[in-house]
Write a protein that binds this ligand. Structure first.
Ligand code: PNS
Length: 166
């Protein structure tokens, strides 16, 4: 099934995990055009700069079916998501839901974005084998030199090891 139009998949992606890539791949199968928006998020202190996060994501997206030129675009973005949606003429946000813990905040964001930008949010259920992955865990595991091959692609793991010095 393909949904007509385009969607935005936003996140911090600090760094991208297999969980994100699962959602990106499946969303790209639903929407002919998918904009992956790397949000600067000044409220969090990221491990990777926005440019680094974009570069890591672009390299991984290039490996996906429908990769380069296949309708997936990765952009850095600061500001309100609804403003990015408006500037692109996009009215759908895609989010992944790992479980009930995600739902509470995601529901509020979806409702606020609908109020302030008339933008609908579509939730995709994270693949069960990816539902325990989170960038925050990945960063912590990297800091202490733990295994990461279950969570991130090799290039992302290399970047994490280099940054963490582990
Ligand atoms: O990967 P994250 O950190 O869970 O993603 C959260 C993100 C970036 C999607 C969220 O913080 C966001 O949408 N930020 C953009 C600013 C915005 O529009 N805020 C209003 C939300 S109601």
């Amino acid at each position: 099934m393909t949904v007509s139009g385009a969607a935005i998949y936003p996140g911090s992606f600090d760094p991208v995990t297999y969980g994100h890539l699962d959602i990106i791949g499946r969303a790209a199968g639903l929407f002919p055009r998918l904009v992956v928006a790397v949000v600067g998020n000044p409220s969090k202190r990221p491990m990777f700069s926005a440019d680094e996060r974009v570069a890591l994501l672009r390299a991984e997206v290039a490996e996906l079916p429908g990769g380069p030129g296949g309708g997936i675009e990765v952009v850095a973005f600061d500001g309100l998501l609804v403003d990015l949606c408006a500037s692109r003429g996009i009215t759908t946000i895609v989010k992944g839901l790992r479980g009930a813990g995600d739902l509470e905040l995601e529901l509020l964001m979806a409702q606020n974005n609908r109020d302030i930008g008339a933008v609908e949010t579509v939730f995709l259920a994270t693949a069960p084998e990816r539902s325990h992955l989170a960038s925050s865990f990945v960063r912590e595991i990297a800091r202490f030199g733990g295994r990461l091959d279950h969570a991130v692609p090799p290039a992302v793991e290399r970047a994490l090891r280099e940054r963490a010095g582990a």
